[in-house]
Design a protein around this ligand. Structure first.
Ligand code: FES
Length: 221
């Protein structure tokens, strides 16, 4: 699990981010989000609000976004909650970046199923391209983080890069994905072999008629 700590609360950080406020599209999105929760329960919007704020910071910095402490405090003010509670949420979920990241945040799953299926090879492809765990490359393109299970174990090993998953990886496939991103191309997300979502490679192997229609097998039991 990657070490997680807030970026130091310095005068420079305060000078840069203390005036953060929603831009027009986010102000509308924030108002829409609040309608999902009953009056007095605005705190329930802390995760979508932090996500919104991180995406806006991403747009402002040309990166995948992160959460400076003054931005977290802004979210807490918007929701009428103590800043420390918003910081607790931000520091608990690895979807929130507590320090600046690059344009592409490469999150390699290192939990057991991915580890057994080759996450070391995926990391090797990252290392060969100059990525280092917990660091951003000098060109500002990639930040590498090792994370725990991202819920796509059936297609292990996998990574999440920004909002997309890339699955069924090998060292070569991971290298090709990083190359494509560096060249400004968009690699195809999801399974990297011939399968739909987490179906068997090459198509169904059992209950094949279900692939054509909602077939009722019960008469054969
Ligand atoms: S163990 Fe890697 S996605 Fe679950």
């Amino acid at each position: 699990m990657a070490e997680r700590a807030f970026a130091p609360d310095t005068p420079q950080l305060r000078a840069e981010w203390s005036n953060f406020t929603w831009d027009a599209p986010r102000a509308k999105a924030a108002a829409d989000i609040l309608t999902r929760y009953p009056a007095g329960r605005q705190m329930s919007a802390s995760i979508p609000f932090l996500d919104l704020a991180q995406r806006q910071v991403g747009e402002m910095t040309g990166t995948h976004g992160w959460l400076p402490i003054p931005v977290i405090e802004f979210v807490a003010r918007e929701l009428g909650m103590p800043p420390v509670k918003a910081m607790e949420v931000a520091s608990f979920y690895t979807m929130f970046n507590l320090v600046p990241v690059g344009r592409f945040h490469v999150q390699v799953c290192g939990t057991t199923p991915c580890m057994l299926r080759g996450s070391d090879d995926v990391l090797a492809a990252c290392f060969k391209r100059g990525l280092k765990k917990g660091k951003t490359t000098a060109d500002g393109l990639f930040t590498l983080t090792e994370v725990e299970c991202l819920g796509a174990c059936a297609n292990a090993p996998m990574v999440q890069i920004n909002d997309d998953n890339y699955e069924d990886l090998t060292e070569e496939r991971m290298a090709a994905i990083l190359d494509a991103l560096a060249e400004g191309r968009t690699p195809r997300p999801g399974p990297q072999v011939d399968r739909t979502t987490s179906c068997p490679t090459g198509g169904p192997t059992t209950l094949k008629k279900m692939a054509e229609r909602n077939y009722d097998y019960r008469g054969q039991w």
